[in-house]
Design a protein around this ligand. Structure first.
Ligand SMILES: [Zn+2]
Length: 217
């Protein structure tokens, strides 16, 4: 084999490997997206079916399940061993838009009038709007969560975590390091949600904090 032929073969080989990698990347991207859509469809069907049967019973059940999920998250974050030290300590807003429902320990339920807490701050950003990391951190959760829908949790170190729920699409993975302002997902209405908005939570050692004290309102 001449040197020229050898170089030609080598270049062809490299091109093929690069092309294969690109195609694999494309497919894995579409598989993730298909899975996100399927999970959401499944959940919507479950909600619609339950709502047809007995709406008030259904709401009570959902609220209970939401509390259970929130408590689970608290327990998981309590045992988190974080060594992250890259946060700036000054948070930005995760999305623009009005605060449609603030964090509250004594919120009056719109349907039943009963007092029940709201674990986060709701920001009325439109469907598909970018959601940004409020500070530098590490992605410690990026997956479906019942009631919360597509959810991301960032660890900012020092026991501080932020949570972004009801997303239409996640674009980060567990272990990714994010910089303040990076896009981590898109606004949606997945999980137990009445319309597109971002439900944003701040937790310290797993326990809920009022985002009002952390992000600009
Ligand atoms: Zn909310």
């Amino acid at each position: 084999m001449t040197l020229k032929n050898c170089v030609k073969k080598l270049i062809c080989g490299v091109v093929l490997v690069v092309m294969a990698t690109c195609v694999a990347g494309l497919f894995s991207g579409s598989i993730v997206l298909a899975d996100q859509n399927d999970r959401n469809k499944e959940w919507r069907e479950k909600l619609e079916k339950a709502a047809e049967d007995d709406f008030s019973e259904f709401i009570v059940q959902q609220e209970k399940e939401l509390d259970n999920t929130s408590n689970q998250i608290e327990q998981e974050l309590k045992i988190l061993k974080s060594s992250y030290i890259g946060a700036t300590g000054v948070m930005i807003r995760p999305a623009p838009g009005p605060i449609t429902s603030p964090y509250s320990k004594t919120k009056v339920h719109p349907v039943f009038g009963a007092v029940r807490p709201h674990n986060g701050t709701d920001i009325g950003a439109p469907h598909g709007h970018e959601i940004c990391a409020v500070d530098n951190g590490i992605v410690i959760y990026a997956d479906w969560r019942d009631n919360y829908g597509w959810t991301t949790i960032l660890d900012h170190g020092n026991g501080l975590t932020t949570l972004y729920a009801h997303q239409s699409k996640l674009v980060v993975n567990i272990g990714d390091e994010v910089v303040k302002g990076d896009v981590i997902g898109y606004v949606g209405s997945t999980g137990y949600s009445t319309g597109p908005h971002l439900h944003f939570e701040v937790r310290r050692d797993g326990e809920l904090r009022d985002p009002y004290h952390y992000i600009p309102y």
